[in-house]
Design a protein. Structure first.
Lengths: 321, 293
């Protein structure tokens, strides 16, 4: 894992990915440009999920709650209180932090299957709450954030979040921030402890590590990253709705991460990108996209448990983080 | 209506919910108890039971009771066969790894839901009850069919209890649940038991769905609520415990009925889900039985 050569290679690879994404801004046709911006934001969501699922080995079925906390934390103040974009984004992060901290404190008292059920139930409570307060959230119908509210005054000019190029570059910036944050975390001491917890929690505890504190930190970081994705989604695409809090959006990041490769830094992007296009292309022929999702999930656990990058790391590129 | 009749009505409605819930949750509980896996697609087996009941009753003309009786027999059998095939093709090959099973059954959930949407459509469709008989109480008339659901569910629960505790099949199932390795060493075909238990769990959900579908229409998304409620019942009642499942189903069903009559149903669901999540957080040891770990 260590050695200076590998570190340089790892950073070069990630920098190259970011450079490629920036370059694509000028090359891609309009439609794919829009799609990729969306995929990048959703990939950040998947990266947040991956931190907990891939590295700590905690299977949560409630991450839609963190994404939606960011979505509503940013969207509601912007819509109802007239907050500016930076304040709204911070609001989304704050909401994600609080929700993740509370859920972490409660749900981490359980483990394994119980953890999955508890997170799923808390997420369901969150989803029902967004429906219950339909007066402010407008439930499934959702809120559309107007163009004039999604602009930031920047020196002399304004940064218009509805402009495709601006939107794309901001999505890349968020993705890069999340990518290097994940990379830094998994290469740190804390990250190593998380992997140790995944492999054998009892032994890690015996070695003197506070596993609860480490897991809680992971839940909070994961929640905040997902909330950042949610807040960015609200601000960049201007839509805030209950659908994003439903159980489907807890399952999707699991699918993306499994496909791309759990516990790989770039896997979430690959998985999200691939799945988005699979659904996009198949929905051209049939409306049966759920069938595709279901089949992919089953085939993955049957034949391809480690995902694309996980398999690559095992077979060829040992240094892949 | 005065307060007491109102309460009585809410309790009766709650009892109907409990009856259906107890059967569905028992299926989930059996699968977790014996196989130690969580079947996330359990609600979809419920939905499939309801949709098949609609298909069968609408294919049979004449007396609605005939079609319904046929649905009550055929629909669980078909659902059981599908569950058995899924178990053999998928779950057996991932060796019942708990997390891989969750992912695989999520996949199954999507596949079943999509097939129902494609072949059955997005509409909610009613099934004619096998008989229409109103029992006249002093304050209001009540559907005799709903009361018969409670009776049918009680009978089925008794039958399951009898099979589990008094027959050789039940003994084999309990032995597998108690200690898989030893059961295997004593010549019990554990693989076949697993297949049968998975199919049986799905069949119980399908029977529950056939019973409820004359009063609650069949719809391709109807599986999520029974799934969550079954999780709740199984957690409160303790997995693998039949008595616990029935008591918890009564508790949840009746309180849900009463809360829903007096408050908004969404608020009732929020409170119920939150309370149960808290139970699971603060009393995890009493919830998955004593055999785990």
């Amino acid at each position: 894992m260590s050695g200076d050569g590998t570190t340089a290679k790892v950073y070069a690879l990630h920098a190259a990915v970011i450079a490629l994404l920036v370059a694509l801004n000028f090359i891609l046709p309009e439609y794919h440009h829009g799609v990729l911006a969306r995929v990048l934001v959703l990939a950040v969501f998947a990266m947040g999920y991956n931190l907990l699922f891939g590295y700590v080995g905690l299977l949560s079925l409630g991450h839609a709650m963190f994404f939606a906390a960011g979505l509503y934390g940013a969207g509601l103040p912007l819509y109802h209180l007239g907050w500016g974009v930076p304040a709204a984004f911070a609001g989304g992060l704050g909401a994600g932090f609080v929700v993740a901290l509370v859920i972490g404190l409660l749900a981490l008292r359980t483990s394994g299957v119980a953890f999955m059920i508890v997170t799923m139930m808390f997420a369901q409570v969150f989803y029902l709450t967004t429906l219950y307060f339909g007066e402010w959230t407008r439930g499934d119908e959702g809120l559309v954030l107007q163009q004039q509210t999604r602009q930031v005054a920047l020196g002399s000019g304004t940064l218009d979040l509805t402009n495709p190029a601006t939107r794309y570059l901001l999505a890349v910036a968020l993705f890069a921030a999340a990518l290097f944050a994940t990379l830094a975390i998994v290469r740190s001491r804390h990250g190593r402890v998380l992997v140790a917890i995944r492999e054998n929690e009892e032994r890690t505890k015996m070695l003197g590590y506070d596993t609860f504190a480490n897991k809680l930190a992971a839940v909070v970081t994961s929640g905040v990253i997902c909330a950042a994705a949610g807040a960015a989604y609200a601000l960049l695409f201007g839509y805030v709705g209950s659908t994003f809090a439903s159980v489907q959006y807890s399952i999707l990041p699991l699918l993306w991460v499994l496909l791309g490769g759990a516990a790989t830094t770039l896997g979430p992007l690959l998985g999200t990108l691939f799945m988005y296009y699979v659904i996009d292309i198949t929905s051209g022929y049939t409306s049966a996209y759920m069938l595709v999702v279901g089949l992919v999930l089953i085939l993955l656990v049957l034949y391809f448990r480690k995902g694309v990058l996980g398999t690559m790391r095992e077979r060829w590129v040992r240094w892949l983080p | 209506m005065a307060f007491f009749p109102h309460l009585l009505l809410a309790t009766l409605e709650g009892l109907v919910t409990s009856a259906v819930l107890a059967l569905t949750a028992l299926g989930l509980s059996l699968v977790f108890g014996v196989m130690r896996i969580v079947n996330v697609a359990h609600g979809e087996f419920f939905m499939l039971g309801a949709v098949l009941a609609w298909a069968i009753t609408s294919a049979i003309s004449g007396n609605p009771a005939l079609g319904f009786a046929l649905a009550l027999v055929l629909s669980p059998l078909i659902v059981g066969a599908i569950a058995w095939i899924a178990e053999r093709l998928v779950l057996r090959r991932i060796e019942y790894n708990p997390e891989a099973t969750i992912v695989a059954t999520i996949g199954l959930l999507y596949i079943i839901q999509q097939l129902a949407l494609t072949f059955y459509g997005p509409e909610a469709r009613p099934v004619t009850p096998p008989f229409n008989y109103r029992i006249q109480l002093p304050w209001f008339g009540y559907s005799g069919y709903k009361l018969s659901i409670i009776a049918a569910s009680a009978l089925l629960l008794l039958a399951t209890w009898f099979v589990l505790t008094r027959t050789r099949i039940g003994l084999i199932m309990r032995a597998t649940q108690y200690d898989r390795e030893t059961a295997l060493a004593f010549g019990i075909p554990v693989g076949r038991v697993y297949g049968a238990v998975f199919a049986l769990g799905a069949m119980l959900a399908a029977i529950a769905a056939v019973l409820i579908v004359p009063i609650q229409q069949a719809h391709y998304l109807m599986g999520l609520d029974p799934l969550l409620l079954s999780f709740i019942v199984v957690i409160i009642g303790g997995l693998g415990s039949l008595r616990g499942t029935v008591i918890a189903a009564l508790l949840i069903g009746v309180s849900d009925g009463i809360i829903s009559v007096f408050f908004s149903p969404t608020l009732a669901k929020i409170i119920a889900t939150l309370v149960v999540a808290m139970v699971l957080v603060f009393r995890p040891q009493g919830l998955f039985g004593t055999a785990t770990k």
